[in-house]
Design a protein around this ligand. Structure first.
Ligand SMILES: [Zn+2]
Ligand SMILES: [Zn+2]
Length: 246
């Protein structure tokens, strides 16, 4: 019955693509048609070993570090490495916008299916405790769910020995980062997180700070800084999509 029920439901209520609205045939996704899914650009393997910046076709000698990580090193990003599943192109933007603002909980399954196809991303999140970037309760109240937490919970269902813990809390409410220039973002997020002391985790445990998108890296780095100050030493970061800006 478990196998037939979805098929019967699909027959009565045909599913359609969340982007182009066409009815779905045999698409591997729940709410994304085959044609639209070609808009996904997976991040390849030619990446900055620290921040995951995609070098594309440029070939390298020596350590694979982007100019930003090479010059500013540990002062720039506290995480050991960051990996994202896809590039933040207009297609990924559209998908994440639906996921975030248009009651898109139903899309979590498809986003998980997309992320699963990137082996560098999956390898980084494996055997870890995932720490979603927290929303302030006021914002969660209006949006009803934290999209990073929702996606992390989905990924945790895969057989990769990963669990999700809300280890960080947001203690201050600030302006959304999207409204700010890159140069203002760091000060805007300073000291806005704290570690929830109720979870007793060894400081050497592998943690992965997780968000849906990374652009300047300011929010993610602030999360890592908070965890590091508390005593954690094995901190990584992952996002669904990325576009690292200088
Ligand atoms: Zn479509
Ligand atoms: Zn880099």
């Amino acid at each position: 019955m478990e196998k037939f029920l979805p098929k019967i439901l699909d027959f009565i209520f045909p599913r359609h693509c969340c982007i182009c609205n066409r009815y779905l045939g045999d698409s591997p996704y729940r709410y994304l048609c085959e044609t639209c899914s070609r808009g996904i650009i997976f991040l390849g393997s030619n990446l900055c070993q620290k921040c995951g910046y995609d070098f594309g076709e440029i070939s390298f000698h020596g350590p694979k570090l982007c100019p930003r990580c090479r010059e500013r090193g540990e002062r720039e990003f506290r995480f050991r490495a960051l990996r994202s599943a896809v590039r933040l192109n207009p297609f990924a933007k559209g998908l994440l916008h639906r996921f975030k603002y248009e009651n898109g909980e139903y899309l979590a399954q498809d986003l998980c299916k997309i992320a699963q196809q990137n082996s560098a991303f999956m390898e980084l999140i494996g055997d870890s405790i995932m720490v979603p970037v927290p929303l302030h309760w006021r914002r969660r109240f209006f949006r009803e769910y934290n999209q990073s937490d929702l996606l992390a919970q989905r990924l945790a269902k895969l057989p990769i020995a990963m669990e999700v813990l809300p280890l960080l809390k947001r203690i201050r409410h600030r302006r959304p980062q999207v409204e700010l220039r890159a140069s203002e973002r760091r000060t805007n997020v300073e000291n806005i997180f704290t570690v929830n002391p109720k979870f007793k985790i060894p400081f050497s445990r592998k943690l992965v700070v997780f968000d849906d998108v990374v652009t300047t890296g300011a929010t993610i780095d602030e999360c890592c800084k908070t965890l590091q100050k508390y005593g954690f030493s094995n901190i990584y970061a992952a996002t669904f999509a990325q576009t690292i800006k200088d």
